[in-house]
Design a protein around this ligand. Structure first.
Ligand code: AVJ
Length: 321
């Protein structure tokens, strides 16, 4: 098996500086990428098994039923690149359908990624697997030298793009053009706008797994930044904001309290919020417009039960071709 893992060291300092900056701001916020320490990765996998959180299951079913069509639309490629690959479970179906020579997976949760990518490489002799433990939001340029030549597909499933506002999503999709390279494509999965009660339930599951996932962020800061959050004094609060078209996930302080994080003190008023995640929902035409402003041209679209997959190529290719 061919496997390499490269861990980019900067991640620890960024956690500290971004968390301190987020807690000093008003309203207080912490970027959602910091949910994913090892416990957070496991809690996210558990969320995907909750009956109310259908997103992952529907995407899997859609991929399974449309795979021949999707593979035909993509054509021959040498490499799949997956930012935010996590446990590498989603890309397997695509590997079996497209038979690329290379797989490049990126994730901020380096250890979870390395473990998953090693076992994937073991199951696919002949596939060259590169795992990059990095924050691809900031360090994408550093990934460039690990990409093989040849035609590449960027795979961005799971509605990960929903963590970015439309403006941020446009910027990220522009940068994915570089990952895709010449004649490159992107296959992207996102959650569609739907009845608010369905969305509300998906982020407020009865078993409380999403709440535990949200509160684990505070425990992570206790572990890694020598913080003293009492998770019992914060409440998970998630709701759909139909004007912004997004789920907002908050941790609301249940008391007047002062918390210390990495040697700095932060006061929370009773009822004050710490914003932890935005999860945008789109209509298909809205997403086509966002991708178009990043230079992507729609090539295929598949939908099922409130979830969509869109395939794009680089808009300039059509002009040149
Ligand atoms: C991984 C960003 C797609 O927003 O639905 C699940 C993360 N947060 N439950 C999402 C999440 C709360 C998830 N994404």
């Amino acid at each position: 098996m061919t496997f390499r893992f490269v861990e980019f060291p900067s991640a620890g300092d960024e956690l500290r500086s971004e968390v301190l900056a987020g807690l000093a701001a008003s309203p207080k916020s912490i970027p959602p990428k910091y949910f994913y320490d090892e416990i957070g990765c496991r809690l996210f996998e558990a969320i995907c098994l909750q009956p109310e959180y259908a997103l992952t299951r529907i995407e899997q079913a859609l991929m399974a039923s449309k795979l021949p069509e999707i593979a035909a639309a993509i054509g021959t490629i040498e490499c799949i690149v997956e930012p935010g690959a996590g446990d590498c479970s989603k890309v397997r179906a695509l590997i079996d359908a497209l038979h690329p020579d290379h797989l490049v997976v990126l994730d901020i949760a380096g250890r979870t990624l390395a473990t998953a990518a090693t076992s994937l490489a073991g199951n696919h002799p002949g596939l060259q697997v590169t795992a990059l433990g990095m924050d691809f939001i900031h360090a994408l340029d550093e990934a460039q030298s690990y990409l093989p030549p040849g035609r590449r597909l960027v795979y961005y499933p799971g509605s990960s793009i929903g963590n970015f506002s439309p403006v941020e999503a446009t910027a990220l999709l522009s940068r994915y053009s570089q990952l895709a390279g010449e004649d490159g494509q992107i296959l992207i999965g996102f959650d569609l706008k739907k009845a608010p009660d369905l969305l509300h339930r998906a982020y407020n599951d009865a078993a409380g797994v999403t709440a535990a996932f949200n509160l684990n962020l505070l425990q992570r800061l206790n572990r890694e930044l020598d913080a003293d959050f009492d998770p019992g004094r914060f409440r998970h609060y998630a709701f759909y904001n139909p004007i912004e078209g997004r789920i907002e996930m908050h941790l609301i302080s249940l008391a007047e309290q002062t918390v210390s994080v990495a040697g700095q003190r932060f006061h929370f008023h009773l009822g004050e919020t710490l914003l932890t995640e935005h999860s945008y929902k789109f209509r298909c035409d809205e997403f086509v417009a966002i991708a178009a402003s990043a230079g992507w041209h729609l090539k295929g679209e598949w939908q099922q039960d409130g979830f969509a997959l869109q395939l794009f190529d680089q808009a300039n290719e059509t002009v040149r071709g």
